[in-house]
Design a protein around this ligand. Structure first.
Ligand code: G3P
Ligand code: CA
Length: 295
């Protein structure tokens, strides 16, 4: 009980401190548009170092910490609804088990998406996390609105035929696609080039980012970067695999580079010094503090 009270107080204080001190503007800054070179703070699965990933609470904390984007991973239910979840299975982040593709939205909505976090991170546990629901993409957009920005990943597109069409339908319904490309609220990212090319066909006005997974130190050819530039505005790469020269090469091709997932100050400082144009982090408050120190 004492732990929960301390944890609640800590969370409130943290939220107040970042709200007062951090600069930047969640969804308000024109300068933070995806198609500019403005450095972007991307709240990875929300502020998921502080609250259960891909819950409204984690997204709200990301907003309070003045992130430029909420990062969202998508899965699709058996009845064709896009939900926000990293894994194809519900096992890790809920009290249920099974594949999202085999479950109806009504099944997903019965799950507790917060208690796992309290068990995994007792020092950050909060009683209000218990019983949090898995949101749909539409619920997230309805909650955070057109003044927020969304960095959306099509996860496992091979498992979910029609996922891109449904994504475009939802974004169009909520008027989040800027036909003139001047004030983009959405970036779509994927490890699947096919998925990005499909998005390009369906909605060419949406900026795209090619995620690349390296199991060894990252190397990319100029030809590959030229190819990516035909459909994407940037690349997202594991920060542990890249070096200064990789960043330089990407930037020389006029592409943005957003390393994931960077949670330590020293790594943030080094990557910023190398010239990356944004960072995915579970701790937007830490990244904002690093950026403020550099001002
Ligand atoms: O989307 C950037 C980063 O999130 C990719 O890795 O596994 O966290 O989705 P993952
Ligand atoms: Ca992701």
């Amino acid at each position: 009980m004492i732990k929960i009270k301390v944890s609640l107080l800590g969370l409130l204080l943290l939220s107040l401190v970042v709200s007062k001190n951090a600069k930047g503007a969640w969804g308000k800054s024109k300068e933070a548009e995806s198609n500019s070179n403005q450095f972007l703070t991307i709240a990875h699965r929300g502020a998921s170092g502080h609250a259960p990933e891909h819950t409204m609470t984690a997204y709200q904390l990301g907003k309070d910490m003045h992130s430029d984007y909420i990062e969202i991973d998508l899965q699709m239910t058996k009845d064709g609804v896009l939900i926000v979840m990293h894994d194809e299975k519900v096992n890790r982040t809920t009290n249920g088990s099974g594949d999202v593709k085999d479950m109806l939205l009504s099944d997903i909505k019965k799950l507790d998406a917060g208690s796992w976090f309290n068990a995994a991170h007792p020092e950050k546990a909060h009683f209000q996390y218990k019983g949090l629901q898995v949101p749909t993409l539409e619920e997230v957009i309805e909650t955070f609105g057109k003044t927020s920005r969304y960095y959306i990943e099509t996860k496992a597109p091979d498992v979910y035929p029609g996922m891109e069409e449904e994504l475009v339908r939802v974004l169009k319904k909520h008027k989040l696609i800027d036909q003139k490309g001047r004030d983009n609220k959405v970036v779509v990212q994927s490890f699947s080039q096919d998925s990005l090319l499909k998005m390009k066909q369906l909605a060419p006005e949406i900026p795209l980012v090619q995620l690349i997974s390296y199991s060894t130190p990252a190397i990319i050819s100029d030809a590959e970067l030229d190819d990516i530039k035909n459909y994407a505005i940037g690349v997202g790469v594991n920060h542990k695999r890249i070096a200064r020269d990789y960043v330089k090469q990407v930037r020389n091709h006029g592409l943005l580079i957003h390393p994931y997932t960077v949670n330590k100050r020293a790594d943030m400082e080094r990557l910023i010094e190398w010239g990356v144009t944004g960072i995915f982090t579970n701790y937007p408050d830490v990244l904002k503090a690093v950026l403020k120190k550099k001002e």
